[in-house]
Design a protein around this ligand. Structure first.
Ligand code: 9MG
Length: 270
C-alpha cells in the first residue's frame, strides 16, 4: 500500500494543497508561474500541513484558454519531480492523457481530471498504470460553463454522471479502489446549484468512492460574503469544514494552515 492509499483508508479527512503553475489561474494566477516560485510554494504547503499536493499547469477557471502539451509539461514536470523528492503524495491536475502519463512516470500518485477521463485515450492512460484518479463533474467546458448552467435536479444529475464515469473507468480496467469522485463546485453551476450540492453532498457517498471537493476561494463564496477572491479565507475554511461534515474525504484548498487548524478542532470533537 502506498502512502496515499494508506491515508485514504484512515478516518482522517485529508488536505490537498493547490499549486497552480500557471500565469492565469483564478485565485493565485501568476504567483507560482516559474519553477523556482512553484518549488518554494511546495515547501510552504508541506510545512503548513498538506497531506498531498495538486499540481496543475493549465487553468480551468471560467473563460480560461487551453495551453499546448509542451507548455503544460514544461510547467508541471520539474515541480512534480521536486515534490516527489520531498516525499509528499502528488496529484496532477490535467485532462491530457500525455500529461497524465508523463506525470505518473515522474512519480504522481493521483490524476485529478476535471474532464472525468472523457478525452480520447484518457481511460487507457490510467488503466495501464497504478495511479488513482479523481473523476469530476462539469457541465460544459471551462470556456463556456458559467454561461447558462441548467439542471432539473442538480444532485441526481451529478450523481448519474459520476456513476456513468465510474462504470466507464471500471470497464476500462481501473479498479474501484483507485477511483475518487468530485461534484465539481463552480464547474457549470449557479450559486443555488452549488449550495444544493453542498447541502446534499452525503448522497454521493452511495456511489462507494471517496469524495474530493474544491470550494476554496470560489466565486460562490464571493457571492455569499461579498468578498473578493483575496478575502475568502474564512469562508473557504467554513466551506471545507462543512464539506467534511457532509462526507468529503479530501478537501482541495489554497490555505492549508488555516484549514489544518479548523480540521484539527473538528477531529477533536467528532
Ligand atoms: C482543478 N480544480 C479546480 N477546482 C477543482 C475542484 O473543485 N475539484 C477538482 N477535483 N479539481 C479542481
Amino acid at each position: 500500500m502506498n502512502t496515499l492509499t494508506q491515508m485514504l483508508v484512515s478516518d482522517r479527512p485529508l488536505i490537498m494543497g493547490v499549486l497552480n503553475v500557471t500565469p492565469d489561474s483564478f485565485s493565485d494566477g501568476g504567483q507560482y508561474a516559474t519553477t523556482d516560485q512553484a518549488i518554494q510554494h511546495v515547501n510552504r504547503l508541506i510545512v503548513e500541513g498538506a497531506d498531498m499536493l495538486d499540481i496543475g499547469g493549465e487553468s480551468t477557471r471560467p473563460g480560461s484558454q487551453p495551453v499546448s502539451l509542451e507548455e503544460e509539461l514544461s510547467r508541471v514536470i520539474p515541480v512534480i519531480e521536486f515534490a516527489v523528492h520531498k516525499r509528499i503524495p502528488v496529484s496532477i491536475d490535467t485532462s491530457k492523457p500525455a500529461v497524465m502519463r508523463a506525470a505518473i512516470r515522474a512519480g504522481a500518485d493521483l490524476v485529478n481530471d476535471v474532464n472525468a477521463l472523457q478525452a480520447p485515450g484518457a481511460l487507457e492512460a490510467i488503466a495501464e498504470n497504478s495511479a488513482m484518479v479523481c473523476l469530476m463533474h462539469m457541465q460544459g467546458t471551462p470556456e463556456t460553463m458559467q454561461n447558462t448552467p441548467h439542471y432539473s435536479d442538480v444532485v441526481t444529475e451529478v450523481q448519474a454522471f459520476l456513476a456513468q464515469r465510474i462504470d466507464a473507468a471500471r470497464n476500462a480496467g481501473i479498479p474501484a479502489e483507485r477511483i475518487l469522485i468530485d461534484p465539481g463546485f463552480g464547474f457549470g453551476k449557479t450559486l443555488e446549484h452549488n449550495l444544493t450540492l453542498l447541502q446534499q453532498l452525503d448522497r454521493l457517498l452511495a456511489l462507494g468512492c471517496p469524495i474530493l471537493v474544491g470550494l476554496s476561494r470560489k466565486s460562490m463564496l464571493g457571492a455569499i460574503t461579498g468578498n473578493t477572491v483575496d478575502s475568502r479565507l474564512h469562508a473557504s475554511v467554513a466551506a471545507a469544514l462543512l464539506a467534511v461534515i457532509k462526507g468529503a474525504k479530501i478537501v482541495r484548498v489554497h490555505d492549508v494552515k488555516a484549514t489544518r487548524d479548523a480540521l484539527s478542532v473538528l477531529e477533536a470533537v467528532i
